[in-house]
Design a protein around this ligand. Structure first.
Ligand code: NAD
Ligand code: DAU
Length: 373
């Protein structure tokens, strides 16, 4: 160890954003990380292979709903912060099986809040004043936007539309209540869609890249004109660091880079990058693999984030543009084919069958009418 900093407790640090955060934190030698992760289908120790054996990374396989375990970890390691990523995170899975979302996202957050509250009672005043609980949440709590609506800001009313979004909204409300009722020093971040290395290929970008590499259809839901506000994952990690270091207790910070893209445009960009980076591919042009399939039920039309509070108050700025971030991301998956092979073996095939097997192919959609929502 190269420092005397106190540890932080990270939950869900073997998932996509959590593992990027742990790697980023450790690469900057910011102190030890106790990483509590249940290793569900979405958690993967392979994401952390580059820090294997590093004494600053203490991995614990376990459930955030296991209160005794969480109490023990807090008592043993005495962290200066909890950064809470652990969640069920995929909207399509929440539609096919919502129960796990209620358990992990709502009950799990409740147990962590209670464990933190108890832990704080036993801390010295100085440690109490610097302790932080950072709850990592999503822009999906705000619902959906029409084409002309202004982006979500921190006071946009909650209107979650999927079981996933509803479970995250509920967890945000719990955090808010624990701040107001028990003075828990907590903060919330609500971030837009992340992309980058180490994302499980159930989400749009890695799914499209993985399918394209093996010449499989690229399933675009509905008319493909739904809009998401894409942020490179390391920029999200930097935002979390800023909020942890300088955010005001009880406040919410929206995180996003104003990079709104329609799904079909993102898929086109991926296909074109693959054509360029793999000039000998038998599947070129990759756009020929695109298929419009039955839409996601209750599919939110548009997300967009107003991140001016984070930018003005904490000085955060996204460093990656979509052009540079997407190129890095596609290249990363091309350079890490064994990673992809490993995560798509076994249960992944069952998921693909459950989610895509029932979706018939749709005719190529006509342009969406103006004002569609
Ligand atoms: P992910 O699905 O890739 O990873 C979730 C991690 O949590 C996995 O490692 C999993 O094993 C772990 N986990 C699940 N249930 C657990 C439990 N009961 N106890 C302990 N660990 C458990 O998710 P992600 O995309 O990295 O998202 C991380 C967080 O960021 C989530 O809270 C999500 O709501 C939020 N978020 C995600 C995005 C995005 O675009 N992916 C955007 C904004 C916010
Ligand atoms: O906005 C933040 C949220 O972004 C996070 O809170 C979630 O954890 C994360 O999963 C993500 O949710 P989305 O539903 O927006 O992400 P997903 O990658 O599943 O889908 C992105 C868009 O692409 C969405 O409009 C649905 C569409 N899509 C997705 C898949 C998997 C397709 O058209 N085809 C697909 O096969």
């Amino acid at each position: 160890m190269t420092h005397n900093a106190s540890p932080i407790l990270v939950t869900g640090g073997a998932g996509f954003i959590g593992s990027n955060f742990v790697l980023h934190w450790i690469s900057q030698q910011k102190g030890p990380v106790v990483n509590l992760d249940l290793l569900t289908y979405a958690g993967n120790l392979g994401n952390l292979a580059s820090i294997e054996g590093n004494p600053d990374h203490i991995f614990v396989k376990g459930d955030i709903c296991d209160r005794r375990l969480v109490d023990r970890l807090l008592a043993e390691h005495r962290p200066s912060a909890i950064v809470h990523f652990a969640a069920e995170s995929h909207v399509d899975r929440s539609i096919l099986g919502p129960e796990a979302f209620l358990r992990t996202n709502i009950e799990g957050t409740f147990h962590l809040l209670e464990a933190a509250r108890t832990y704080l009672v036993g801390l010295a005043e100085q440690d109490k004043s610097t302790f932080r609980f950072l709850h990592v949440s999503t822009d999906e709590v705000y619902g959906t936007l029409g084409p002309e609506d202004p982006p979500f800001h921190e006071h946009t009313p909650f209107a979650p539309n999927s079981p996933y979004a509803a479970s995250k909204a509920a967890s945000d409300h719990l955090v808010r209540a624990w701040v107001h009722t028990y003075n828990l020093p907590a903060l919330i971040t609500n971030c837009s869609n992340n992309y980058g290395p180490l994302q499980f290929p159930e989400k749009l970008l890695p799914l499209m890249i993985n399918n394209a590499l093996s010449g499989k259809p690229l399933p675009v839901y509905g008319d493909g004109r739904q809009v998401r506000d894409w942020l490179f994952v390391v920029d999200h990690c930097r935002a979390i660091e800023s909020v942890l270091a300088q955010g005001k207790i009880g406040e919410t910070y929206n995180v996003g880079s104003g990079n709104q893209q329609a799904n079909i445009d993102v898929v086109h960009l991926i296909c074109d990058l693959l054509d360029e980076l793999m000039p000998d591919s038998a599947h070129k042009p990759h756009r020929q693999l695109i298929r419009f399939v039955q839409d996601r039920p209750g599919h939110d039309r548009r997300y967009a984030i107003d991140a001016r509070k984070l930018e003005k108050e904490l000085g955060w700025r996204a460093q990656e543009t979509f052009a540079t971030g997407l190129r890095k991301t596609v290249q990363w998956y091309l350079d890490h084919k064994p990673w992809m092979e490993e995560v798509t073996s076994g249960a992944y095939q069952k998921w693909v069958h459950a989610n895509y097997g029932r979706r018939g192919e749709e005719k190529k959609p006509a342009a969406a009418p103006a004002g569609a929502r």
